[in-house]
Design a protein around this ligand. Sequence first.
Ligand code: UDP
Length: 376
Amino acid sequence: MKYNTKNYDYLIVGAGPYGSIFAYEAAKRGKRVLLIEKRDHIAGNMYTHKEDGINVHDYGAHIFHTDNKEVWDYVNQFTEFNGYINQVVANYKGQLYNLPFNMNTFYQMWGVKTPAEAAAKIEEQKKAVGISGAPQNLEEQAISLIGTDIYTKLIKGYTEKQWGRKATELPAFIIRRLPVRYTFDNNYFNHRYQGVPVDGYTSIFEKLLASDLIDVVTGVDFLADKETYLKEFPRIVYTGMIDGFFDYKYGELEYRSVRFENESFDSDNQQGNAVINYTDAETPFTRVMEWRHFDQKADAGRTILTKEYPQDWDRTKEAYYPVNDEKNSELFKKYRKEANGLKNVIFGGRLGNYQYYDMDQVFGAALKVVEKEFDK
Ligand code: UDP
């Protein structure tokens, strides 16, 4: 190890939001922190870089949205948000529909013009399938919320390529992330606060980690030297994969991965929207982002588009999505039990907790653990 471990109160593993907020709050209280990060940059999957005056999100579209005022006020200490409201368009075999599922979608799908007409149509389709009682999987949940037409055209194909599994084998909660509303409102989220940082997300992390009491070392894999770290550091915050920490002793948790292909054009506007989803089963990518539309004030003349392709995960790839089905949830419980037994290690973040967290939830969880650690 290149560092004098005696110099630090905390070792933090991972420079994503959980680890970086913990580091900031520890330093604020005079604690000395060593933060190690496996990749060659900070900010985890929130990492953005600037290209042709445009903030490009390297790990897919990140829109900050929350109802949690404490979290919103907290993140606003480190950045200004631009007021961006996510409004996604779906392309199903050349037909365009507004998302999330709302009166515009219902009008485009069926020509219905009132909430009562839309509700009647959905009820009729739900009845025809004969779904009653609590939905057992994503397919049943989707049909009982918005009927078979929308399920078939806007959900089934997208979901099955996104997750690499049948919609009947996926948990119902995944589709409940999307609002269903009987108003003409295309806002993808229901939360009160929403936006994208004017200078990109990486600048938030530069500020979080700026203290002299925090040393950041990138390109270091904790798991390659785990036993030594555990011996040398009195307290560790670990935000990597929980199954990896325990050497996969009960087996691998499953994740879903994605890969990206970028293309830039001499144009101001290529697709007319920040995000377009391709919801059929055949198109190999799920969505295309045009980054300048997230920024609102991007320089003129160039535009950058990114296609997002879902892919199977293996240990050589980035883990993006935990697959919180029953099998994996049971496995996760075993790892969490082990983790609870390690009193000097705190597990956090999407990978440390194996949860499909949004950014604001990670911020909230980090602030909670900070309170417990320092202000109890
Ligand atoms: N989804 C869908 N069609 C869409 C967009 C989303 O069926 O056009 C489903 C899909 O199963 C996806 C889930 O809704 O995994 C949650 O979507 P969200 O946009 O929240 O996913 P994320 O942005 O986290 O990848």
